[in-house]
Design a protein around this ligand. Structure first.
Ligand code: NAP
Length: 309
C-alpha cells in the first residue's frame, strides 16, 4: 500500500484504540508497529487499575484482547514495520516505513516511550546480564538472590512488589526519602519483609563485565559511597519519548514529548498524538485508550472538513 486515509504509528493501547475508531468511521487505516502489538503492556506484570477488571489482568492478556478487537475490520491494514520519518509535503503526510514511502491524509503518532537509562558506564553492555527494565520478563532469573531496584515511582514499586515474591532480598534504591508512587504501592512495599529501603541513595557505578556483580551507592547529602553486592538491578526511573524523525513544526516539550490540545491535535494540522508520547501528567493504559479514541475522532473531523487536500 502506498497511500491511506489515516496512518497510526505504534500499536500500544493508544494506537489500537485510535485504529479501532478510525476503521469504524469508515477510513482506510494503516496501523504500523515495529514489534508485537501491546506496547509497554507486554512487559507489565499486572494491570490493577484498568476499569472492568476488578481482580486485575496480566499485561499481555490485556494487550491480546485489545488487538483481537481489530481482527474483524477489513479496512484496517496492520503492517509490522518501522517508521523512521514523517515529512510534510504540502498538505500530505509522508511516512518512511522500512525505507518505503507511505502517504496519508492524516497521521496519529502513538509511538510510546522507552525506559530511561541511568547513564552509567557499562550500562548497555550489562543489559540482559543482570540489568533489566522488566521484572516480569527477568525476575525468575533472580529466584533466591539479592537484587536492587532503582526508582520511586509507580513502575519501581509495582515491579518491586512482583519481585518480592521470588528474590531473597530486594534493595529499593531511591534518591529521596518519600515516594511519588501511589500510597497503595508504598504501603504494600513497606509491609514486605524482604525489602531493604535505600533512601537518599543513587547508583554511581555498575560493577562486573560479563555479569553484574554489584553497584556503588552514593548516600545523599553526605556523598559517602559504599559497595552493594547485587546480582540483578532493575531500573525504573521514568521514560523517554520514542519517535521517528519529525518536522520541526511539530512542537514538543523540553523532554521531547509532543504537545497537543485536548483533542490530541499537534501544532501541525492533520498530525495528532495519543498516549504516552504526548506531553501530559497522567500516563496510564486507560488514558492512552481515551487519547486514541479522542485523536481518531479529531482526525475524522479533520478529514470530513476537507482539510486533507
Ligand atoms: P516516574 O513516575 O517518572 O518516576 C520515576 C522515578 O525515578 C521517580 O521516583 C524519580 O525520582 C526517579 N528518578 C528519575 N530519574 C532518576 C535518576 N536519574 N536517578 C535516580 N532516580 C531517578 O516514572 P514511572 O514510575 O516509570 O511512571 C511513569 C508514568 O507511568 C507515571 O505517570 C506513572 O504514574 C505511570 N505508571 C502507572 C502505573 C499504575 O498506575 N499502575 C504503573 C506504572 C507506571 P523523584 O521521585 O525524586 O523524581
Amino acid at each position: 500500500m502506498t497511500r491511506c486515509d489515516a496512518a497510526v504509528v505504534g500499536a500500544g493501547p493508544a494506537g489500537i484504540a485510535a485504529a479501532l475508531y478510525l476503521v469504524r468511521f469508515g477510513l482506510k487505516t494503516v496501523l504500523l508497529e515495529k514489534s508485537a502489538p501491546g506496547g509497554l503492556l507486554l512487559t507489565t506484570f499486572e494491570v490493577e487499575n484498568y476499569p472492568g477488571f476488578p481482580k486485575g489482568i496480566k499485561g499481555y492478556k490485556l494487550a491480546d484482547s485489545l488487538s483481537e478487537q481489530l481482527l474483524p475490520y477489513a479496512d484496517l491494514t496492520h503492517v509490522r514495520a518501522e517508521v523512521t520519518a514523517l515529512r510534510l509535503e504540502d498538505n500530505r503526510k509522508v511516512l518512511t516505513v522500512d525505507g518505503e514511502r507511505l502517504e496519508a491524509d492524516c497521521v496519529i503518532l502513538c509511538c510510546g516511550v522507552g525506559y530511561r537509562k541511568l547513564g552509567l558506564p557499562g550500562e548497555d553492555n550489562l543489559l540482559g546480564k543482570g540489568l533489566s527494565h522488566c521484572a516480569m520478563c527477568d525476575g525468575h532469573f533472580f529466584r533466591g538472590r539479592r537484587v536492587g531496584v532503582v526508582g520511586g515511582g509507580n513502575s519501581a514499586l509495582e515491579e518491586s512488589l512482583h519481585l518480592t515474591k521470588t528474590v531473597a532480598e530486594l534493595h529499593l534504591i531511591h534518591r529521596r526519602d518519600t515516594f511519588r508512587a501511589a500510597p497503595v504501592y508504598v504501603d504494600k512495599i513497606k509491609a514486605a519483609d524482604n525489602v531493604v529501603m535505600e533512601y537518599n541513595s543513587v547508583v554511581t557505578a555498575l560493577h562486573g563485565t560479563d555479569k553484574l556483580e554489584g553497584v556503588t551507592l552514593k548516600r545523599l547529602p553526605a556523598g559517602t559511597e559504599e559497595f552493594l553486592p547485587v546480582e540483578g538491578l532493575f531500573i525504573f526511573i521514568g521514560f523517554e519519548p520514542v519517535l521517528p524523525a519529525l518536522p520541526a513544526e511539530i512542537v514538543r516539550d523540553e523532554q521531547g514529548f509532543i504537545v497537543t490540545d485536548g483533542e490530541m491535535r499537534s501544532s501541525v494540522p492533520g498530525v495528532f498524538a495519543a498516549g504516552d508520547i504526548r506531553s501530559k501528567l497522567c500516563r496510564q493504559v486507560v488514558t492512552a485508550v481515551g487519547d486514541g479514541a479522542t485523536a481518531a475522532n479529531a482526525a475524522n473531523s479533520y478529514l470530513e472538513q476537507g482539510n486533507a487536500r
